[in-house]
Design a binder for this molecule. Structure first.
Ligand code: ASP
Length: 344
């Protein structure tokens, strides 16, 4: 039996061509992309595709598009061995994180990839990324089960857990990194999977896709000198239900009284606030310094070592389930899809 793979082409640089008038890159259609990768035929897989109309620069991605991707996977789940999502790199980590929460009980590979250079360019990284993503989507273990049973990002030399990855370079071919979780596979002459890192625990229940995503969330980046007026303005937006507070170091914030009062008023209004460090590597440790301790005493939830992308999409997902602020706060501290390391 040939592996059956469904490619979902959403757009991104991988399929872009240059607009002759403006000289900017714009998304182009899937047939152009495949014409530039004739080697795909050498894989001897059965490959079908679904194409976004129109294909997007991923800066235009919205939650409706995440739902479209999730729906395409869900409706075709039993007919394919794996799924490859072609996507722009700019917001790839957000899409990967969102899908990891939306596709509960996923047991097949959802491999997201794209490229830094368009597929039509001589030095493109798109050809290799696409072919490797297809191979990973088709890979099985010694029991014939899918090697990857989660949402992952394949880029150049690494396969990362989707909700642990961050775009870290606008220039390098190795554009993604996961600072707090090891690579699921290293790509060199061969594809070397790390079975310790790959998700293996599963409930045994059927795929359960959650389409509800609530976008009434916001993010606040702290910086030295932030004024009471700015912070209060940001915290007071009436429609916002949840805030990702991007803090210093191990989850620290100013200890000034006005700061504590502004946050307390917000939390008392029923807004959920999660503490996520601005550092790429490492975790929030609220009890290490006074500034972090103050935040937890006010009821700010620890984000542990979560990425910003996973924190904001996890909030959208949890509020989208219709949970109360207390329930959302509780679930934010639980590891739902491999996105946080507890007890670190
Ligand atoms: N702007 C592009 C996008 O995210 C960048 C890329 O694909 O690398 O769609």
């Amino acid at each position: 039996m040939k592996p059956r793979i469904l490619i979902i082409y959403t757009g991104g640089t991988i399929g872009m061509i240059e607009d002759l008038r403006t000289k900017t890159l714009k998304p182009f259609d899937f047939s152009h992309l495949m014409e530039n990768v004739p080697k795909v035929k050498m894989l001897n897989y059965e490959i079908d595709n679904i194409q976004f109309q129109p294909p997007l620069d991923s800066s235009d991605m919205h939650t409706t598009h995440w739902k479209d991707i999730a729906r395409s996977i869900t409706e075709n789940y039993d007919s394919y061995d794996g799924f490859v999502v072609l996507h722009g790199t700019d917001t790839m980590a957000y899409t990967a994180s969102a899908l990891s929460f939306m596709l509960e009980n996923l047991r097949k590979p959802v491999i997201i990839t794209g490229s830094q250079l368009p597929i039509g360019e001589v030095r493109t990284d798109g050809e290799e990324n696409l072919i490797t993503a297809l191979q990973i989507a088709a890979a099985t273990d010694s029991f014939g089960l899918p090697m990857v049973r989660e949402v992952a990002i394949l880029f150049e030399n690494y396969l990362w857990r989707g909700n642990r990855a961050t775009k870290r370079s606008a220039n390098n071919f190795n554009a993604f990194k996961s600072y707090n979780y090891p690579a699921l596979a290293k790509i060199g002459l061969g594809i070397h999977f790390d079975t310790e890192a790959l998700k293996r625990e599963h409930s045994g229940e059927a795929l359960n896709t959650h389409y509800g995503l609530d976008t009434d969330v916001a993010a606040i980046d702290l910086f030295p000198g932030i004024s009471a007026g700015t912070l209060r303005h940001q915290l007071s937006c009436p429609s916002v239900k949840g805030i990702v507070l991007r803090t210093f170091g191990a989850g620290n914030a100013p200890t000034a009284q006005w700061f504590a009062e502004a946050l307390k008023e917000t939390i008392d209004r029923g807004v959920v606030v999660i503490n996520v460090t601005q550092c790429g590597n490492g975790s929030v440790h609220c009890s290490r310094y006074m500034g972090g301790d103050l935040l937890s005493s006010l009821g700010v939830v620890s984000g542990h070592d979560i990425t910003f992308e996973a924190a904001i999409t996890k909030m959208m997902y949890l509020f989208g389930l219709g949970l109360t602020p207390e329930e959302v706060a509780k679930k934010l501290e639980q590891n739902l899809a491999g996105e946080i390391t507890l007890n670190n």
